[in-house]
Design a protein around this ligand. Structure first.
Ligand code: RFL
Ligand code: PHB
Length: 389
């Protein structure tokens, strides 16, 4: 089989890229190691920047997002027993949309199926070849037989644990990394959210986040030590811990119920440079990871593939390779700013096991400054809603 762009991975990066390419008349195939049900079962991001909403509109999959997504004009910071409102829209004139990654993925999968564009799920032993020359290819095993796809380009959208980044010789790339000494324990429940907006809480017992998927489905997180195991957290223990970290106003409004999903995610900052090696392009989590505190991971994946699809369009329509040549530098500009913001939000709101009395006072002074100064609130707002594409 032959195609123009072979995409590895059917997460949001791969599916969105596929949709943008199909709409631009560029042939593509997606090769994914899991089943569609498995991909849809991963509960992850919930907050979309306007740049991401624009990209989904361009891909023609924003109908349900506009009908069901919740536009949020602000967020709240909870600490010292009080809740402080940050009015994103008043400060920076833009807002964010609450719409789960699962729903984005479902919409993209539905559109792809409707277009009848090829997707191989449950592909095993996926490997990429020849991207340093002019005849790249992808091989995989499916139903016991080996298959090979010849292509012009390979898009590595296979996430942090994928094979594309690792297929590049270590000497050709540079890695920047910080692993945090804690993770997030997340719980999804069919209960009304505790507040109209997201609440980011900083407390002596650790960070907590009150998020949502809809007006009747909530998503909550508590910071836990990296060594914690989800089996040790009953729903009851989770709710008790969450409540203890919230200000009294928020805690008293908390409605609890049985969990639908519960999982622990480690926190990491990671960038692998560059994002292009010959005819292989990395996009999304395959190239970079942010701790979820700034709600940037999915949004960065969307801006990467937007830039990549523009590069492919210029290449195929006008034989202009400048977009592809500039892809890595263009993306990394935005990536590093999101890395900085996500690291800063994480440092501001979490309890670090080695924090001494001085660093705790610094953290408190910074929180007071962020909520008390319009200039400081605006810096947070500008980054949270997303820097310009
Ligand atoms: P994904 O979603 O990991 O998809 C990669 C796909 O590649 C497949 N794959 C392979 N396929 C073929 N061959 C191989 N060898 C393969 N290896 C892997 C995988 O099965 C998978 O289907 O990466 P992608 O597409 O780059 O998307 C990135 C986002 O998923 C991620 O950045 C966000 O979920 C991060 N994130 C958040 N981002 C936001 O923008 N806003 C948020 O509010 C937000 N909250 C979060 C988050 C991530 C979290 N976790 C669990 C890490 C909250 C959490 C708790
Ligand atoms: C989520 O709803 O899963 C979510 C929201 C905001 C974040 C991280 C995760 O910063």
């Amino acid at each position: 089989m032959r195609t123009q762009v072979a995409i590895i991975g059917a997460g949001p990066a791969g599916l969105l890229l596929g949709q943008l390419l199909t709409r631009a008349g560029i042939d593509n195939i997606i090769i994914e190691q899991r089943s569609p049900e498995y991909v849809l079962g991963r509960i992850r991001a919930g907050i979309l920047e306007s740049v991401t909403v624009d990209a989904l509109e361009r891909a023609g999959v924003a109908g349900r997002l506009h009908a069901e997504g919740l536009v949020h004009h602000g967020i709240a910071l909870s600490y010292g027993g009080q809740r402080h409102h940050i009015d994103l829209h008043a400060l920076i004139g833009r807002s964010v949309t609450v719409y789960g990654q699962t729903e984005v993925t479902r919409d993209l999968m539905d559109a792809r199926r409707a277009d009848d564009t090829p997707t191989v799920y449950e592909a095993q032993e996926v490997s990429v070849h020849g991207f340093d020359g002019s005849t790249p290819s992808v091989r995989y095993r499916k139903d016991g037989a080996m298959h090979e796809v010849a292509c012009d380009y390979i898009a590595g959208c296979d996430g942090f644990h994928g094979i594309c980044r690792e297929s590049v010789p270590a000497a050709a790339r540079q890695v920047f990394e910080r692993v945090y000494p804690f993770g997030w324990l997340g719980l999804l429940s069919e209960t009304p959210p505790v507040a109209d907006e997201l609440v980011y809480a900083s407390h002596e017992r650790g960070f907590a986040l009150c998020s949502m998927r809809s007006r009747h489905r909530s998503r909550y997180y508590v910071q836990v030590a990296a060594s914690e195991r989800v089996e040790d957290w009953s729903d009851e223990r989770f709710w008790q811990e969450l409540r203890s970290r919230l200000d009294p106003q928020t805690a008293s409004a908390l409605v609890t119920g049985p969990s639908i999903e519960k999982s622990i995610a480690p926190l990491r900052s990671f960038v692998s440079e560059p994002m292009r090696f010959g005819r292989l392009f990395l996009a999304g989590d395959a190239a970079h990871i942010v701790p979820p505190t700034g709600a940037k991971g999915l949004n960065l994946a969307a801006s990467d593939v937007l830039a990549l699809s523009e590069g492919f369009e210029a290449r195929y329509r006008r034989a202009d390779a400048s977009g592809l040549d500039g892809y890595s530098a263009r993306c990394l500009q935005r990536v590093w700013k999101a890395e900085r913001f996500s690291w800063w939000m994480t440092s501001l709101l979490h309890r670090f096991p080695d924090a001494d009395a001085f660093s705790l006072r610094m953290q408190r002074a910074e929180l007071d400054y962020v909520v008390g100064s319009e200039a400081a609130s605006r810096v947070l707002a500008e980054n949270y809603v997303g820097l310009p594409y």
